[in-house]
Design a protein around this ligand. Structure first.
Ligand SMILES: Nc1ncnc2c1ncn2[C@@H]1O[C@H](COP(=O)(O)OP(=O)(O)OP(=O)(O)O)[C@@H](O)[C@H]1O
Ligand SMILES: [Mg+2]
Length: 492
């Protein structure tokens, strides 16, 4: 059963129970008040039947009654009757006197064309003195007395008091009132139903459609929360989930693209040296290298290609291990200044031979960082290697600087080489990315140097970035967290 049908059902049941409760409580109240199983209107009528007149009216009625018994002739006296009528009028009552079918006196407020005919017939025993009567839409409570005039004509005195026709009205309007009540209840029921449908069912339907869209693989839409209530919060969570899902699908696609790209780069980078080696080996086999000099040249080339292949495989292996986070880091407290100084000193001789001057700026006080020395050395060597490879100036300078920032140490490795074109800057840390110049130039490389450096620095919790000016030189920066209290032991 759908929520909509359930709601409709429960509303209808509530409505019916309300009506039943309402009717039965009205019935019970009537019984409680009247002590009898009678309706309100009966109760109302009965009340006035027993006490139609107020005390002062009753007093006047009794006087008139007495007069009727002792001196009925006086009841033909217009002046006397007007006097009584005046007294009655003061208390909002009226007087009616008849003689047989003739009207002897009637109060102005009672002047109705056929009132005489509507009045009860003579009942000389006077059993029913007090009663109520309807005249058109008017309702009266009265006390009457029938008597005989000296000429044997029958006569009656009536003291009438008009009462609110409430009971009558209720009796007549009851069906309309009940109808109205029912209509109001039904309308309320419908309005509530619509309200709930709008605030619950509609958003739920929206969510169901969205879930179906997601099931079909469509994540390009937005679930908007229309309210702040639980349903609204559900929509917000749903939207959050959709965004996360979209993000991870995009990430997945990107990984997939990267994987494809990586595979094609690896096959390309492996194929080139292998083709060269194959060519030279075939040359030797076919006897092209017929002199010792040629033979040496062929073998040298094959050797250098095998070394570069070996290096490529090594780097690839390291990179993939770093990427999969499978390389354990052995962190220890290291004085970064001393550490870099040692590396530059170690390289100085070789670089000198290539005409490159390496200089270092290190602070006097130690800068202690937590680092895996071997991997950090790999980073520095990769960066200096780039500085050497992409050097195009006569005066070749590579500078290493260490400085203290707030909570971390910053290292800059600067060269005055050819620089990196601005449009390449966002890509140089990607695996296998090599600038066009590097691809076409005679410098070897796999495009993994900076990718490996980035993996290692991020593995240390630091960051790495580049600043470069085309034809001016490049600076690669990286940061490492500093140890504030170096005495607290080594390792992380
Ligand atoms: N110091 C630099 N000066 C100029 N260009 C640079 C410098 N460092 C990096 N590059 C550019 O960034 C690219 C990526 O560098 P990366 O070190 O990752 O690869 P590679 O040097 O080409 O190869 P590998 O380091 O694996 O031998 C380079 O091919 C080069 O175009
Ligand atoms: Mg490199």
């Amino acid at each position: 059963m759908s929520i909509r049908v359930r709601l409709l059902l429960s509303f209808t049941i509530v409505l019916m129970v309300t009506i039943v409760l309402f009717a039965s409580s009205a019935y019970l109240i009537t019984i409680a008040v009247t002590g009898d199983v009678r309706s309100f209107s009966d109760f109302y009528k009965n009340h006035y039947k027993l006490n139609p007149l107020s005390k002062s009216e009753e007093r006047i009625f009794l006087e008139l009654k007495e007069l009727a018994k002792t001196d009925p002739e006086k009841l033909m006296d217009e002046e006397l009757l007007s006097d009584y009528d005046f007294q009655l009028r003061m208390i909002q009552a009226g007087l009616y006197v008849r003689k047989e079918l003739k009207q002897v006196f009637v109060s102005p407020s009672l002047r109705e064309p056929n009132l005489g005919a509507a009045l009860p017939d003579y009942e000389m025993a006077n059993n029913q003195i007090r009663n109520t009567m309807n005249y058109g839409s008017r309702f009266f409570a009265y006390a009457k007395f029938d008597f005989t005039f000296p000429d044997k004509d029958r006569g009656s005195i009536y003291v009438l008091r008009e009462r609110s026709p409430f009971a009558e009205m209720i009796r007549k309007l009851f069906p309309i009132l009940i109808g109205l009540l029912l209509a109001i209840l039904l309308l309320m029921n419908w309005l509530l139903f619509r309200l709930i449908t709008r605030s619950i069912i509609k958003p739920l339907n929206g969510l169901r459609q969205s879930a179906e869209q997601i099931k079909d693989g469509d994540l390009h839409f937005e679930v908007k929360a229309q309210s702040n209530d639980e349903i609204g919060q559900l929509c917000v969570s749903f939207e959050e989930m959709r965004r996360q899902l979209k993000h991870s699908v995009q990430l997945q696609l990107q990984y997939e693209d990267n994987r494809k790209e990586l595979l094609s780069s690896i096959s390309h980078d492996l194929r080139t040296p292998i083709t060269t080696i194959k060519g030279y080996v075939e040359g030797i086999r076919d006897g092209v290298a017929d002199t010792q000099v040629k033979m040496d040249k062929y073998l040298d080339t094959i050797h250098s290609k095998v070394i570069s292949l070996d290096r490529l495989v090594d780097e690839l292996f390291l990179y993939s291990k770093l990427d999969l986070k499978r390389v354990p880091y052995s962190f220890e407290h290291t004085d970064l200044g001393r550490f870099l100084e040692d590396i530059t000193e170690e390289l100085r001789f070789d670089l000198d031979l290539q005409g490159i001057y390496i200089e270092g700026t290190y602070p006097d006080s130690p800068i202690t960082v937590v680092a895996d020395r071997d991997k950090l050395k790999r980073v520095v060597l990769n960066l200096i290697d780039n500085g050497v490879k992409y050097m195009d100036k006569d005066e070749k300078i590579i500078t290493v600087c260490v400085s203290k920032e707030e909570t971390f140490a910053k290292v800059e490795i600067r060269d005055n080489g050819r620089g990196i074109p601005e449009e390449q800057l966002p890509y140089i840390f990607e695996q296998f990315y090599r600038g066009d110049e590097s691809r076409s130039g005679d410098v070897g490389g796999s495009g993994l140097g900076l990718a490996i450096a980035q993996q290692i620095i991020e593995g240390h919790g630091g960051s790495i970035w580049v600043e470069s000016q085309w034809r001016q030189g490049s600076s690669i920066y990286f940061t490492l967290k500093m140890v504030t209290n170096p005495a607290s032991g080594s390792g992380e």
